[in-house]
Write a protein that binds this ligand. Structure first.
Ligand code: 5AD
Ligand code: SF4
Length: 461
């Protein structure tokens, strides 16, 4: 008998573990809010739970391997506690669907990326009918203003569109999240107002290709107009968005970013590669010159815009020459940050038909080389910032040192400041405030600053 059946009066307890991107984090928050409405209580210890949910990622095989590991571990516990319910949601659930149920008898429920808002009903269905997979694509974006459970903190993540209409040949996302779907702007505004009223003074709009926002609505909505609509919400201090596709960044968007003071001067625009031959095989729909043209345009509107990239090394047929083209693209652009990934074939994608022919040692060496290059360039850039002043939005304690607080510039610079002032003031109280600081030192990973006096920026803008 399950512990829930032994004590029917106590609320059921749910534990959720989230893998992958911020969209998954946002989806887990919606799932938790729905379960909470249905009487579930969230617990932070999986051992206490009657229901365990893994919100999964499929983007590379190592993400899926972690989840397979979790499902292996849970098998023994389920044998001892048959009333325990185990669910998988997110991209791996959508990709593998019924296969997951067949391979893992300890699994009760597989919930797709458009079905997780129905978790409470689906769990009841499991009790009545047994194990099931619910993975139809739907359009919950347009017809629901789903409540969400937000963690405390300065930032609120707000999904504005889901899915992707590109079809990059390495990428599983169009399969796992379906076609692009945008949420109506009035629902987004209502959610943003509520988040700000709850104290989230920074909003980050989320979408797989967030700069394509609005296309599917057919009413002239676009990201530039959405930024404008949200910008003047009282109490809002910063407005960010991720992730962009270079082809969808319009001049209107760049001009709007430059004009609106609360909008971060930051673009996460994956280049993926610097070789035309590989870009074509990847189906990215731009050339190296096209990407550089975008960079030039962005910097024309915002000379100090920070550009963050994703790079894939070891895509099928990537030669040394192709790799050097990526290296030189990174040197030319001088990105503010780079995520570098080793290519991982994903079942059912276009590139899965190409032989994964770059040996693992070569992938690793190329990955390390680009990470080192990025660190070198970043270190030199940070050195050049010594003595410069920034307005940072304080986000809280440093993740690695409780004697420091951390904040972000209007770009995306993470800046660390001593937590205690000379007068003993605990500056953790500055969380959520805009504060003036001056950079004093740096490593290639971190920037350190002193608070200027007076530190506090007067208005909320
Ligand atoms: N292998 C390696 N990296 C991948 N990405 C997406 N698909 C794959 C894959 N099959 C990377 C891309 C994308 C980021 C989220 O993950 O760089 O921008
Ligand atoms: Fe994947 Fe390409 Fe869509 Fe990004 S734009 S989610 S890489 S298919």
């Amino acid at each position: 008998m399950s512990s829930a059946q032994q004590s029917p009066t106590r609320a059921k307890r749910v534990y959720i573990e989230t893998f992958g991107c911020q969209m998954n984090v946002a989806d887990s928050d919606i799932a938790l809010a729905r379960l909470n409405e249905a009487g579930y209580q969230e617990v932070s210890d999986a051992d206490q739970a009657d229901l365990i949910i893994y919100n999964t990622c499929s983007v590379r095989d190592n993400a899926e391997a972690k989840i397979r590991g979790r499902l292996g571990t849970i098998k023994a516990r389920k044998a001892k506690q048959p009333g325990l319910r185990v669910a998988v949601m997110g991209c791996m659930a959508q990709r593998a669907q019924g296969e997951l149920l067949a391979a893992h008898p300890q699994l009760d429920l597989v919930v797709g990326t458009d079905q997780f808002v129905r978790l409470p009903e689906l769990l009841l269905q499991v009790e009545e009918e047994g194990r099931l997979a619910a993975t139809d694509f739907g359009d919950f974006e347009s017809n629901g203003n789903w409540s969400t459970r937000r963690s405390d903190g300065v930032n609120a993540w707000i999904p504005v569109m889901r899915g992707c209409n590109y079809n990059c040949t390495y990428c599983i996302v169009p399969k796992t999240r379906g076609r692009e779907k945008s949420r109506p702007p009035e629902l987004i505004e209502a959610e943003a107002r509520e988040a700000v009223a709850q104290g989230h003074v920074q909003i980050t709009l989320l979408g797989q290709t967030v700069d394509a926002y609005g296309k599917t609505l057919g009413d002239g909505s676009n990201l530039a107009r959405l930024l404008r609509r949200l910008h003047d919400i009282e109490g809002l201090k910063r407005l960010r968005f991720i992730t962009s596709h270079p082809k969808d960044i319009s001049d209107e968007l760049l001009a709007t970013m430059a004009e609106l003071p609360k909008v971060a001067k930051h673009l996460h625009v994956p280049a993926q590669c610097g070789s035309d031959r590989i870009l074509r095989l990847m189906g990215r729909r731009y050339t190296r010159a096209g990407y550089l043209d975008f960079v030039e345009r962005a910097r024309r509107y915002m000379p100090e815009v920070e550009l963050l990239t994703d790079i894939i090394v070891g895509f099928p047929r990537e030669s040394e020459e192709d790799f050097q083209a990526t290296r030189s693209l990174m040197e030319t652009v001088n990105f503010s940050g780079a995520y570098v990934f080793m290519y991982s074939p994903r079942p059912g994608t276009g590139a899965a038909n190409l032989e994964d022919d770059v040996p693992m040692e070569v992938k690793k060496a190329r990955c390390n080389e680009l990470l080192n290059l990025q660190l070198e360039m970043q270190g030199a850039w940070y050195q050049g910032l010594h003595g410069r002043s920034f307005e940072i939005l304080v986000e809280g304690l440093s993740k690695t040192n409780p004697d420091r607080i951390q904040g972000r510039s209007i770009g995306n610079l993470n800046i660390l400041v001593d937590r205690y002032g000379a007068d003993g003031e605990d500056r953790l109280a500055w969380t959520g405030q805009l504060v003036k600081v001056r950079i004093t030192s740096s490593t290639s990973l971190s920037l350190f600053a002193e608070a200027l006096s007076p530190a506090m920026v007067a208005s909320g803008a």
